[in-house]
Design a protein. Structure first.
Length: 278
């Protein structure tokens, strides 16, 4: 500016020696240490987790950067609680109801010596409810994605418990030959064990014959639970005969499927092993 002394304008146009940065060769050891400390502090600031709203910045600076990617404390417990709560769905509740009905059915079936028509009618009602819940719980679990580990274990147990209780009660009362009970229960337990033996190779799917067998068994046993006479008593004998035939035929079919599934599984494993070795 014209008329303004150089000293008033902040000195000459050239920077003073004090304001110029010294060359790297002339930097003192103390200034190097200070620069390194500043770089270290800058790195820590870059790695620190940003403080959430309302939290002081110095509080966020003490958070370990390695914890930034970890889930919050208690997250696993919360997830486990959600999974545990999912057990209490409508499908599993129906399965639990069927399990609870088993001792009630036995008590009604054997009440007053086991030959009172009124008590047998109440026992039939309990058995019918158990069979109806068996039809709905699996369908609800698959349709609404309510399948749980509890349901996978409890559902077949409940099915075999109510059917086994009914057959044993009928045979003990002399209404049904023991060989029928042994054939039906032996088949059910044997197929269940067979499924576990071949589960490493795959799952044996439920066939239409198996579903028809279950329906026929339920109708036949239900007719035997009721105190029927006359032509209805004759009809239930034929229905039970059909149930026994379906039980044996479908059981043999499951054995065939298990053998085929095992052979395929062994062949696939052998082929995969040869491919990896090649």
């Amino acid at each position: 500016m014209t008329g303004v002394p150089a000293s008033a304008a902040g000195g000459s146009s050239q920077a003073s020696p004090a304001s110029q940065a010294p060359p790297p060769s002339q930097t003192s050891p103390g200034s190097q240490t200070s620069a390194g400390s500043q770089a270290s502090q800058a790195g820590q600031a870059a790695g620190a987790v940003a403080a959430p709203s309302g939290v002081p910045a110095d509080a966020a600076a003490i958070v370990d950067p390695e914890d930034a990617g970890r889930p919050p404390r208690g997250a696993k417990l919360a997830a486990a609680a959600v999974n545990q709560a999912s057990v209490w769905n409508i499908a599993n509740l129906l399965t639990m109801l069927r399990l609870i009905l088993v001792p009630g059915f036995v008590a009604l079936m054997l009440a007053d010596g086991g030959y009172d028509p009124a008590w047998r009618a109440f026992a039939w009602a309990a058995f019918a409810i158990a069979m109806i819940t068996d039809l709905f719980d699996g369908h609800l679990a698959r349709t609404y994605d309510l399948v749980t580990d509890f349901g996978k274990i409890a559902d077949p147990i409940a099915d075999k418990a109510i059917m086994g209780a009914a057959l044993i009660c009928l045979s003990s009362l002399g209404d049904l030959p023991w060989w029928v009970t042994i054939v039906i229960l032996g088949r059910e337990l044997g197929i269940t064990l067979l499924r576990f033996l071949v589960i490493r190779y795959g799952v044996i799917p439920a066939s239409r014959g198996g579903k028809l067998k279950t329906l026929t068994q339920g109708v036949a046993v239900g007719m035997y639970v009721l105190a029927l006479t006359g032509w209805l008593a004759t009809l239930r004998w034929w229905v039970m005969a059909a149930a026994v035939v379906l039980t044996v035929v479908t059981g043999l079919d499951y054995v065939r499927q298990a053998v085929v599934l095992r052979r395929q599984g062994i062949a696939e494993r052998k082929a995969a092993l040869e491919e990896t070795q090649a």
